[in-house]
Design a binder for this molecule. Structure first.
Ligand code: BYC
Ligand code: FE
Ligand code: FE
Length: 470
């Protein structure tokens, strides 16, 4: 099923055959474009070398070319599926997947879709001004690619709200454009999406750690019994891979340049030489990892148990799990803090599903650390970067009321206050990183604090004119 580009809203859901839905989406579209103009990328451009989704099939789903960003073809694309999909978990396991929303799950499904939808435009808002300080045209292009695709992810959720949740859904779709990242009166729903992304090191950390939460949450929604949600998330995951690539290789390149400067000047203090010191990189890792862990909710969660039992939200790779997929008789262990000691508790497995997903995410996060340490080793720098303890700097869940060091020690409020600036980016660190952020817009040139990429995009060289500024 290919995508119909002759339509005002490109889609593979036969919008033309559903006039009412088409009208609803067409009346939301100008509001979206208005939001994009006021809250989207701030740097004016003529055109950008972007990937646009053109098909939902396994091969050749995307096309590359220079396009004016406001003419990007945001649309509604669902992955292809057989008609006989069955529910893979929960109390209705084995029954046919739902093509409509069952009345009893309406509120919960809508809530999950709204939370997912809220994060997408939030990230665009957070990254709005980054273009003003891009380290290269290549990086500028990647930023815009991520931005247009997060915009499309918003479209994906708005389609579901309009198509399946009636008037209430349409109101929620409007609200997605009215809440704004960091707004005091109407902030975005989840904490991490109200933090600033003020510099490119933060951007790379965000796309590594926070987009990766996106990967895991979308992975669980892809298992949903609500088939349109499942198919939409499957397609979104294709786009997501590039966002994480931007983060992984972005941090690779910062670490590589830092190592180079350390060798060249034979010192760890490379700030005066225009680099990001390794301990500042470590602090940025500590911050973005801990803020992203908060996105998994509480370790023990009845919401998560209810979502699973109802079939709304599964586990990561649900179908590969070797258990009954119902979990009513299973137990799991979760972290707890008891009598001032970090330990674990046995709880019903259903209550521990956020913890289960978080564990999968943590395993995945280690892969980046391994890569970055390899970069250091190859450069002959005898230092390593690490992930802090899962309880470090947490504001959601069981660690929220405790102070835990990156090494996993429980400490008092005084010790935390005294050492906080050694573990999290201090004002001085942030000021230094910000001072390095100067735009480099000449093709083939790169800022001094980051190494160039090893490859360009889609086979193009690094010095390709990825972006034509206005
Ligand atoms: N901030 O049982 P609990 C992405 C609330 S990223 C604020 O612990 P639950 C992307 C919670 O709502 C993926 N509030 O949590 C990445 C609940 O409130 P009520 C986004 C929070 O419900 C980069 C209460 O605390 N998608 O796509 O099991 C760029 C207790 O709830 C937070 C999703 O998250 C928080 N961090 O799990 C662009 C998927 N955590 O009911 C895009 C959809 C919890 O007491 N969302 N609360 O009022 C969900 O599956 C779940 O809602 C959560 C929370 C995993 C977020
Ligand atoms: Fe997204
Ligand atoms: Fe993303």
């Amino acid at each position: 099923m290919s995508i119909d580009y002759s339509e005002k809203i490109p889609n593979n859901v036969d919008l033309a055959g559903d006039r009412k839905l088409q009208r609803a989406l067409e009346s939301w579209q100008p509001n979206f474009l208005n939001w994009w103009k006021t809250m989207g990328p701030a740097v004016p451009t003529q055109d950008v070398y972007l990937r646009t989704a053109v098909d939902v099939g396994k091969e050749g789903w995307a096309q590359f070319g220079h396009v004016a960003m406001e003419e990007y073809r945001w649309g509604v694309f669902l992955a292809e599926r057989g008609d006989d999909r069955r529910i893979a978990f929960g109390e209705q396991k084995g029954e046919p997947a739902w093509q409509q929303v069952p009345g009893e799950y309406r509120a919960d499904l809508q809530r999950l879709i709204v939370i997912q939808g809220d994060t997408e435009p939030a990230s665009v808002e957070q990254q709005r001004r980054l273009g003003e300080t891009a380290p290269s045209l290549y990086d500028l292009r990647n930023l815009f690619q991520v931005n247009v695709e997060e915009g499309r992810h918003l479209w994906a959720m708005v389609y579901l709200l309009h198509a399946y949740f009636g008037r209430n859904g349409r109101e929620e779709a409007e609200a997605l454009l009215h809440r704004n990242s960091g707004d005091l009166d109407s902030p975005r729903i989840l904490g991490a999406f109200n933090e600033e992304t003020p510099d490119w090191l933060s951007f790379f950390m965000f796309t590594y750690f926070t987009d990766r939460d996106g990967k895991y949450q979308l992975g669980t929604l892809k298992e949903s019994a609500f088939d349109p949600l499942s198919r939409t998330c499957e397609f979104m995951l294709k786009e997501e891979a590039h966002h994480m690539f931007v983060g992984t290789t972005g941090v690779d390149r910062v670490v590589a340049r830092t190592a180079e400067l350390m060798r060249e000047h034979d010192t760890e203090d490379i700030a005066p030489h225009g680099g990001v010191p390794l301990d500042v990189i470590q602090k940025y890792i500590n911050f973005h990892y801990s803020v992203s862990l908060d996105l998994f909710g509480s370790e023990k969660s009845t919401n998560a148990a209810n979502y699973f039992t109802a079939g709304l939200k599964g586990r990561w790779q649900e179908e590969r799990r070797r258990d009954d997929h119902v979990l009513t008789d299973d137990a799991a262990s979760v972290d707890v803090v008891r009598d001032g000691v970090l330990t674990t508790d046995e709880v019903p497995a259903l209550l521990a599903l956020n913890h289960d997903l978080r564990n999968e995410y943590v395993k995945d996060c280690h892969s980046g650390l391994k890569r970055w340490n390899r970069v250091l080793e190859k450069a002959g720098v005898d230092r390593t970067l690490t992930l802090p303890h899962v309880g470090f700097n947490r504001h959601v869940g069981l660690f929220a009321d405790h102070h835990i060091t990156p090494a996993g020690e429980l400490v008092g409020a005084d010790a935390w206050e005294a050492k906080k600036d050694r573990w999290l980016p201090s004002e001085a660190d942030k000021t230094h990183v910000r001072s390095l952020m100067r735009p480099v817009y000449e093709p083939g040139k790169i800022a001094g604090w980051i190494a160039p990429p090893t490859n360009g995009i889609n086979g193009q060289p690094f010095d390709y004119e990825y972006v034509h500024l206005a």
